[in-house]
Design a protein around this ligand. Structure first.
Ligand code: GLU
Length: 502
């Protein structure tokens, strides 16, 4: 009897839930449903510094909004838990020790300085940067003894020569030279496993039969295949899906496209249209139909129909599809319901009203005042943006604000207000001088509802898009930042704001 199909997605709870996660989730869900199997949500939070519970909750909320439902996961449980990697450390530890005992892994005590020098030398010699196996020569006794007092990591022992071959459902046999593969760290000095180890161990113990993930993981295939062999387990069937692309064919990035799932919710898209559109990314139904529900996708789903040419995520096409959904899939009364649920609900209006009230004489004043909350993107003339600023200042300030907002872990009025105060302080400007630029970028006008409250209602995804739109407008008018200009600003920013940009 063959094992029941089990698929999974394994997002890391860092930052805003990404469109790519919904895309992977859709194909994993469709495959599992088609074969009467289960679809699992696992949270990969081994990077403790970057993971947060807010981000984990946001992943649940975003996927549910998009119409993705999982059978097992941290929130709903299941027979193969826990489903959060930070709660599975003892499981990884056992397997790491097994690999150490078998001689398939080894402890490495090399200092960061040595590793940096090695890397620099290899780069200068035009070699693939790779650990040189220095600590492989330690005897077992010495390794155990030093481990008691010295910080160390555990690495995989990777063959020096030969080729690793593995099967990908879409690509057939994939061959990668072992000499291209680094001696991967599998346990960090803080005792946490790295992605590679944890992912393999979890996929095994969670009974995952099919790993369907993004093509950026193909180069990790050899490490995973080797771990399966060393641990004596059958590897799942691998399918690497093509990456979503911007209309200019570059890898989908938030610099050029909205990439947060919540953007689509907040900008007024229907989740079923978004899911339909994601289902068209590299995929067509056998009858080429363009409008289909999740159930219709599942009914005829066949992984082999995925094409490898990078699918283009085109916002304009999605809008067109969304319009068709509004007209063809919903009755006008249903559209009214959905509109009310969107932002015309007591919760959102309740947040806007106290801000608008000061300026209201009649109800007629309300919507014009609050329109920037409902618009996807307000319109304004370039002169309104540049105002009294020096030529390069608006682009510079918008870019800095974008970076600073990116680092906010809490999205509320107070945090947003202190952030702009910080920018004003560092730039040696008065807040009053700084804000008109942001008023225009956010609301399209210098007279509007209080800015920080407005930004907190709009949320990070829409805010980011408005800054980006303003930056693009500046570029179109020859007042943007060149690539070089951004690099220069990055350096300045790192020193004056005391922060590194990821
Ligand atoms: N945690 C990885 C990610 O965030 C999972 C990759 C995989 O599916 O193996 O993409």
């Amino acid at each position: 009897m063959t094992a029941p199909v089990r698929t999974r997605i394994a997002p890391s709870p860092t930052g805003a839930p990404h469109l790519g996660t919904a895309y992977m989730a859709l194909f994993n869900l469709a495959y599992a449903r088609k074969h009467g199997g289960q679809f699992i949500l696992r949270i990969e939070d081994t990077d403790q510094q970057r993971s947060s519970t807010e981000s984990e909750q946001a992943i649940f909320d975003a996927l549910k909004w998009a119409g993705i439902q999982w059978d097992e996961g941290p929130d709903c449980g299941g027979d193969h838990g826990p489903y959060r990697q930070s709660e599975r450390l003892d499981i990884y530890e056992k397997e790491i020790n097994r690999l150490l005992e078998q001689g398939d892994a080894y402890r490495c005590f090399c200092s960061t300085e040595r590793l940096n020098e090695l890397r620099a030398q290899q780069m200068a010699d035009k070699q693939t940067p790779r650990y040189d196996g220095h600590c492989l020569s330690l005897s077992a006794e010495e390794s155990v003894k030093r481990a008691q007092s010295e910080p160390h990591v555990v690495r995989m022992k990777i063959p020096d020569s030969g080729t690793c071959q593995f099967h990908d459902e879409l690509r057939g046999e994939v061959s990668i030279e072992w000499s291209q593969i680094d001696h991967q760290v599998i346990r960090k000095s803080d005792g946490f496993p790295t992605y590679h180890l944890a992912n393999v161990v979890d996929d095994h113990y969670m009974g995952i039969t099919h790993v369907i993930r993004g093509e950026e993981w193909i180069s990790s295939g050899p490490k995973h295949i080797l771990l399966y062999q060393q641990l004596g387990w059958d590897a799942p069937v691998f399918t690497h899906l093509p990456l979503l692309r911007n209309p200019d064919k570059s890898k989908l990035s938030k610099r050029k496209n909205p990439t947060g799932i919540f953007y689509f919710r907040d900008a007024g898209f229907l989740p079923e249209a978004l899911l339909n559109y994601l289902g068209m990314m590299g995929y067509t139904l056998p009858d080429q139909r363009e409008i289909f529900s999740l159930d219709e996708l599942v009914d005829t789903f066949d992984l082999k129909r995925i094409s490898l040419g990078g699918p283009i995520f085109d916002l304009a096409k999605l809008k067109w599809l969304n319009g068709r959904y509004l007209r063809e899939k919903l009755e006008p009364a249903q559209v009214v319901d959905r509109l009310l649920q969107w932002k015309a609900n007591p919760d959102v209006l309740g947040k806007i009203m106290p801000l608008a009230l000061q300026r209201l004489e009649t109800f007629s004043d309300f919507f014009p005042l609050a329109q920037f909350i409902f618009n996807e993107q307000p319109d304004y003339a370039i002169e309104e943006l540049t105002g009294k600023f020096e030529p390069e200042q608006p682009a510079r300030l918008l870019k800095i604000a974008e970076w600073e907002l990116e680092k906010l872990s809490k999205w509320d009025r107070d945090a947003i207000s202190s952030l702009f105060q910080k920018i004003a302080d560092i730039e040696e400007m008065k807040l009053k001088q700084l804000l008109p630029l942001f008023f225009v970028a956010i609301s399209g006008s210098t007279v509007s509802l209080p800015l920080f409250d407005g930004i907190s209602i709009l949320g990070p995804d829409i805010t980011r898009m408005r800054f980006r739109h303003a930056l693009e407008k500046l570029t179109d008018h020859g007042q943007g930042l060149s690539k070089k200009g951004v690099k220069k600003l990055e350096k300045e920013y790192a020193s004056s704001y005391g922060n590194r940009i990821d």
